[in-house]
Design a protein. Structure first.
Ligand code: NI
Length: 177
């Protein structure tokens, strides 16, 4: 397993629309293992392949307290979402340090393949439902800040770009590129 680099907003690659996974082969199994390692290392509850610059429909999630219940969704589709919505504070590994309110359905039903390529149907509510909607948005090239006002989004963009420039300066001073 190997940790992968997480793209940071406003990297344009985050707006790529992912293509379906063609088969759950060795390459996909390695990707799943790498994404789980990357997500746990970053203390995230979900990670979409888009965020590690692989543009195929695959997400990993773990909303358990114990961090020992990985959920792998390959070619996921939301087949039903409740009309009832709830406003939650969201964050994202690609938008470090930023949290803001997004309205989502309280419950969803999702079909997907699991890590072995077997079909599964998941009924989710609460945090898991929110996380699934957030991660599936990534596969459509959508980052949660796009639900916020243009003013807020531009502020977030400037703040993160400034942070990224500072990080780059430190990197080049220390001789790592
Ligand atoms: Ni995210």
């Amino acid at each position: 397993m190997a940790k992968r680099t997480i793209l940071s907003y406003p990297d344009p690659r985050l707006h790529t629309v992912a293509k379906p996974v063609q088969g759950v082969d060795a390459r996909i199994k390695t990707l799943v293992a790498d994404m789980l390692e990357t997500m746990y290392d970053a203390a995230g509850i979900g990670l979409a392949a888009t965020q590690v610059d692989v543009h195929e429909r695959l997400v990993v999630i773990d909303t358990s307290e114990e961090r020992n219940a990985p959920l792998v969704l390959i070619n996921p589709e939301i087949v039903w979402a409740s009309d009832e919505k709830v406003l939650n504070e969201e964050g994202c590994l690609s938008v470090p340090g930023i949290y803001d309110g997004v309205e989502r359905s309280t419950s969803v039903r999702v079909t997907a393949l699991d890590a072995d390529g077997n079909p599964q149907t998941i009924e989710a509510e609460g945090l898991l439902a929110v996380c699934i909607q957030h991660e599936l948005d990534h596969l459509l090239g959508k980052v949660f800040v796009e639900y916020l006002s243009p003013l807020k989004r531009n502020r977030i963009k400037s703040k993160l770009l400034k942070q990224q420039r500072e990080d780059q300066k430190i990197d080049s001073r220390e001789g790592r590129r």
